[in-house]
Design a protein around this ligand. Structure first.
Ligand code: EPZ
Length: 417
């Protein structure tokens, strides 16, 4: 399970380089199954969710090699098109193998995915889209069996711009006969990264990053080397570390346009952000002002994955912040743990009312999911005394070398496994 033990009150200085994006690397690694020839993925972060994905690739018969930051996958000799329930339950993004396997083998057998307990996380949009593509979908005894001779392109309108459903449709239709159009597609940068990876393999995908994406099916795809884009959520996390400690920190390897909604929130707290190419410097005031109301929305709105860390920032800002979580129905689990540290946060259904306090107090708290765990670490950086964060295996899902990076910025943090 593991713990982080953090001594609060240190100010940060120096610079940190941002890892490759988890939510890009996961669908791109799954996409190597649809490519069907050897691919090399660079800037791949070292995370437990990546480990889980590589386990799935190996279980399917792919040849997988990993060195620091680079993963090579040869899916030319896939021997299986079903994924074991234990592997499916390890993370949400295992569902992305559905579209990739159908593309590669015409069949996929799996169970419902796992993932952080931040809501019900149904897959109805995924399965309805598969059926629209002419794929037979049978759900019996907890198993999902998908099959078809050849995927047929079609027009699919999503009732919600689901990231995972958009990715699954792209992966299922990339080698289909005919053209697929996704209406109300997710616009997240991770969708663009997936489309750029597939286009570099010879796919014909246009409109990624917009609400309408067109995928013209191609017969086959070819090998490629590809570098994953930087992780915008991890960048936001290190920005919040600087904000709560009144520090000035340089953050390297970012794509500023991906962080626009997060930038404006930090600026409202009084932080100054200076951008230069793919790096930024964030300089925080000694006392933060409470940001305006935060509403989580699909991209380019404020990202739900930054909600928990911004709740930690607001908890020590001067004033009151309303935080409206619109994406997941159970994503305030960090609130009770922050209140253990002296925060003053009340939750009314989808809205958290955060009254900033002078200072948090160090305490023993539990991470309940990936971003909630990150929020507790951020709170520990500015709390008085020592904070112990338990169950940090959740944090390992999305943060590569978190303790090492924070230590290099001047934080007193140590890991106890
Ligand atoms: C992706 O999850 C990310 N995960 C999440 O990041 C992120 O929070 C989320 O997108 C939103 O940006 C990965 O990319 C691996 P959705 P995903 O489908 O694809 C509902 C993190 O911390 N929905 O856009 O699961 C769903 O219940 C993780 O890194 C349906 O109702 O998100 C949710 O309320 C957490 N039916 C909303 O849509 C469906 O078939 C958004 O889900 C699919 C989704």
């Amino acid at each position: 399970m593991g713990q982080y033990i953090i001594e609060g009150g240190k100010s940060l200085c120096g610079s940190v380089r941002i890892q490759g994006a988890k939510n890009s690397a996961l669908p791109i690694l799954a996409a190597t199954v649809a490519v069907g020839t050897p691919c090399v993925i660079h800037n791949c972060p070292d995370l437990s969710d990546i480990d889980a994905t590589l386990k799935i690739l190996r279980s399917l018969g792919c040849e997988v090699h990993r060195s620091v930051g680079t993963v090579s996958v040869d899916s030319s000799r896939i021997s299986l098109n079903s994924i074991d329930d234990v592997l499916m339950r390890e993370m949400r993004s295992s569902i992305i193998f559905l579209g990739a396997l159908v593309s590669a083998t015409g069949e996929a057998v799996m169970t419902a995915p796992g993932g952080c307990d931040i809501g019900l996380r149904p897959i109805d949009l995924h399965l309805a889209a598969m059926r629209k593509l002419g794929i037979r979908v049978a759900e019996r005894h907890g198993k999902i069996r998908c099959s078809c001779k050849r995927v047929r392109g079609n027009k699919i309108t999503l009732s919600f711009p689901s990231v995972g459903a958009t990715e699954n449709i792209i992966l299922a239709s990339v080698r289909a006969s005919g053209v697929t159009t996704i209406i109300n597609a997710a616009r997240e940068p991770e969708i663009v990264d997936l489309a750029m990876f597939l286009n570099s393999c010879g796919a014909r995908i246009s409109g990624a990053g917009e609400s309408v994406i067109v995928i013209e099916g191609v017969e086959r795809l070819h090998s490629v080397q590809y570098a994953i884009m930087p992780d915008r959520i991890v960048a936001g996390t290190y920005m919040s570390a600087a904000a709560v400690t009144g520090s000035s920190v340089i953050i390297e390897d970012v794509i500023p346009s991906h962080l626009a909604p997060v930038f404006s929130c930090f600026e409202q707290t009084g932080c100054r952000i200076e951008v230069s190419g793919n790096k930024l410097r964030i300089t925080a005031p000694k006392k933060l002002c409470a940001p305006d109301t935060i509403r989580t929305m699909p991209y380019p709105g404020f990202p739900t994955d930054c909600q928990a860390i911004m709740t930690a920032v607001a908890s020590v800002a001067d004033g009151v912040t309303l935080i409206n979580e619109n994406i997941f129905e159970n994503r305030f689990r960090h609130v009770s743990e922050l209140n253990r540290m002296g925060a003053d946060i009340r939750v009314y259904d989808k809205v958290a009312v955060v009254r900033g306090v002078d200072r948090l107090q160090g305490a023993c708290v539990d991470a309940t999911d990936l971003r909630a765990g990150a929020a507790l670490v951020i709170a520990g950086l500015c709390a008085e005394g020592v904070t112990t964060v338990n169950s940090i295996h959740y944090i390992d899902r999305g943060y590569d070398s978190l303790a090492e990076n924070l230590t290099s910025l001047g934080v007193s943090i140590r890991r106890k496994d």
